[in-house]
Ligand binder design. Structure first.
Ligand SMILES: [Zn+2]
Length: 416
């Protein structure tokens, strides 16, 4: 619940400051890069080992202090989630590569006060042992996790009988977030969403191994700064440091702040390393092509990577008004996408057919026109260089600001 508390605290601070003050508070937070990882009170995980086979696997993680931890199980796919207080993970990634019972292992920040390890299993598993031991020297503390295979029914029971009440940040309950104040009348509010974050690193650069979550955050900050230079435009960031946000939280933050637009920023990788350039995506039930479908599928995995329970979407109420809103919102999203691509013309390289569509969950707000912008691909060496270039970033932010202004003018001309 820490996350919820923090958002609530920020928003109630916003009440006192007024919306503009709140935006400034947001902006000043942005001045402290990477504050989530390695803050002064973080635990340090300085070593890790994994041994075992497909029946039993042992994981040992060395901490500088005794870690409080809690363990949970999530189905579809079978995962073990270990929640920790804020932790800096200082060991080499190869020391905790998935093996034995586990086919994927992720770890990282969930928010300022908590971190998580997500062990995705190849088959139903349980922890036969999960405890902290003092190491031989008496200085460090090691977390020992002994996993063993179990049958499907046993795993289902573990999932069913566990309680999430004892720890922070696990079950996502967003309904309690209070409504923030509205923007000043006439302000055009824009949610700038840095893709990925925290435990979800996103793609990894082919050459310099840059993490997508850092590329998107740096870009989001530059874009919000640039947009905020325009009178009548108020841009804010959905996340301002290296923390995890679920896809539905991103949508909710945009809606609760009465955003008139949501721009989600990404820099993914493709198998085809020669493909480079920007792409603009809008939402649709049916993907425009295979590349778009694959990308949306991977992006939508974000919640799973972070060990979020699979939330089955409530069946949409057959509401003709909602349907009309959705259709209108989609038309606005497409118009923004076209405006962005018009700005890029002869200025920024794009892939073939640069406006594509697919079922991205981050674009699903029924009432906030939304686009997902692939700035370029971290799988392409040239693109990777560009994504890390300050001058290119500023140029891109300028062009996007032009696009937003043109979009807004056309909406206002049509009485929107
Ligand atoms: Zn991405």
């Amino acid at each position: 619940m820490f996350k919820r508390f923090r958002i609530a605290a920020e928003l109630s601070a916003g009440r006192k400051l007024g919306f503009v003050g709140w935006l400034f508070a947001f902006a000043s937070l942005c001045a402290v890069p990477g504050s989530a990882a390695g803050t002064k009170n973080s635990l340090l995980a300085y070593g890790a080992r994994i041994v075992g086979d497909e029946a039993r696997t042992r994981i040992v993680i060395d901490f500088d202090r005794e870690p409080r931890f809690s363990v949970h199980y999530i189905a579809n796919p079978e995962r073990i989630v270990v929640d920790l207080p804020a932790t800096a993970f200082g060991f080499p990634a190869k020391d905790l590569e998935a093996r034995g019972l586990f086919k994927d292992i992720r770890y990282g920040a969930m928010d300022e006060g908590s971190a998580r390890i997500v062990l995705t299993a190849a088959r139903p598993v349980q922890l036969a042992l999960a405890k902290v031991q003092t190491d031989e020297s008496g200085n460090g503390h090691r977390l020992v996790l002994d996993a063993e295979m179990i049958d499907k029914q046993k795993f289902a029971e573990l999932v069913k009988t566990q309680s999430w009440n004892d720890q922070s940040g696990a079950a996502e309950t967003t309904s309690a977030i209070p409504q923030p104040e509205k923007a000043a009348p006439g302000d055009f509010v824009i949610a700038v969403d840095a893709g990925h974050g925290g435990i979800d690193t996103g793609a990894i650069g082919v050459d310099t191994k840059t993490e997508e979550k850092l590329v998107t955050l740096a870009f989001a900050k530059a874009l919000a700064d640039r947009l905020n230079k325009e009178p009548g435009i108020k841009a804010f960031l959905t996340r301002d440091d290296d923390e995890f946000l679920s896809l539905s939280q991103r949508v909710l933050i945009a809606r609760q702040n009465h955003a008139g637009l949501l721009i989600s920023l990404h820099a993914d990788t493709l198998k085809q390393k020669d493909i480079r350039g920007a792409t603009v995506y809008t939402i649709s039930d049916k993907a425009s092509d295979k590349l778009a479908a694959d990308l949306a599928e991977r992006e939508n995995l974000s919640d799973q990577i972070a060990g979020k329970e699979t939330v089955t979407e409530p069946p949409e109420v057959a509401d003709i008004l909602l349907d009309l809103t959705r259709r209108e919102t989609q038309a606005f999203s497409i118009s923004l996408a076209e405006s962005v691509l018009a700005s890029f013309k002869d200025q920024i390289g794009t892939i073939n057919n640069p406006h594509r569509h697919a079922g991205f969950r981050v674009l699903q707000a029924p009432d906030v026109p939304s686009i997902l912008l692939e700035l370029g691909f971290l799988s392409n060496v040239e693109d990777e260089k560009r994504l890390l270039d300050d001058a290119w970033r500023l140029k891109m932010a300028d062009l996007l600001t032009d696009a937003v202004k043109r979009y807004r003018a056309s909406v206002m001309a049509n009485g929107g």
